[in-house]
Design a protein around this ligand. Structure first.
Ligand code: SF4
Length: 272
């Protein structure tokens, strides 16, 4: 599915929400981060992820060999991506566009890019050239953070926001629907040994629910083990892949945050 915006073809997820249409997007302004520039090392015509979260804003993940993936937009090499990023960085600096932060995210899970370490090293170099002093962060599902090369890349960034929506494999299976090979215990161990991790957790209700007492207890235990520098919790505010899930009332999110702070001893903030 596509739409035309200002003559540009934009691809849509299965839920009708637009995918990012280039290797660099934004900047998007938020009170927290100021002007944040998004970096997408992934395809622009389909979501590329090893999770298939029920709440994903980009809709369901296409399975290998599915019709969407047969369009065969290939992943760009690190060098191709870096050339595109540099061209846009040049345009942004020439236009004096304000940029406060650079965030690697994009149409799926960025650490799945096969040249991720090389790409990150190049991006850090370009940041030094065009936006010196600005921070680079990542939004990741944490599935690859046990791999040595991915760890090296992650440690080269200033901010690591890593997903953890549950502390038990059954709930992860229901909410994140990971591809084969995901191992929650291994991920928790890997997160424990990364520096200055922020955990981001999405809570949902409806056909899947990670807000019940037992699931919250297990999630809090996992957070306590990891001991991140902070936890950010939130609920859906964009069209989810599964239209049968619902946002969680703010009152319950605040209860979950309070339990996390008290039991795990980690500052926990509700994103509204
Ligand atoms: S990890 Fe992120 S991109 Fe992947 S399915 Fe979940 S929400 Fe979507």
């Amino acid at each position: 599915m596509t739409v035309a915006v200002n003559g540009e073809k934009i691809f849509l997820g299965t839920n009708g929400y637009p995918l990012q249409s280039a290797a660099v997007y934004g900047p998007i302004h938020s009170r927290r981060y100021g002007y944040s520039l998004g970096i997408n090392p992934l395809p622009i015509s389909y979501k590329f992820c090893d999770f298939d979260c029920v709440y994903c804003q980009y809709g369901w993940t296409p399975r290998p060999g599915s019709e969407v993936q047969r369009t065969e937009e290939r992943l760009k090499s690190a060098n191709e991506l870096l050339s595109e990023v540099e061209r846009i960085f040049q345009e942004l600096t020439a236009a004096q566009t304000p940029v406060d932060m650079i965030t690697i995210a994009g149409n799926g899970e960025p650490t799945l890019h096969p040249d991720f370490l090389k790409f990150v090293k190049g991006l850090v170099r370009l940041r030094g050239e065009y936006f010196p002093g600005k921070r680079i962060g990542i939004l990741s599902d944490a599935s690859q953070c046990h791999r040595p090369q991915i760890r090296e890349a992650l440690q080269g960034l200033e901010e690591r926001c890593m997903k953890l929506d549950a502390g038990d494999p059954k709930t992860i299976e229901q909410i994140n629907r990971p591809a084969g090979g995901f191992n929650l215990k291994r991920t928790i161990e890997a997160l424990k040994s990364l520096d200055n991790v922020t955990i981001q957790s999405m809570f949902v209700q409806g056909t899947c629910d990670n807000t019940q007492a037992e699931q919250v207890d297990r999630w809090v235990n996992a957070v306590g083990e990891i001991q991140p520098i902070s936890v950010q919790i939130y609920t859906i505010d964009r069209p989810p892949a599964d239209s049968r899930i619902r946002p969680v009332p703010m009152a319950r999110l605040h209860e979950v945050a309070e339990i996390c702070e008290r039991v795990a001893g980690v500052p926990t903030e509700v994103f509204e």
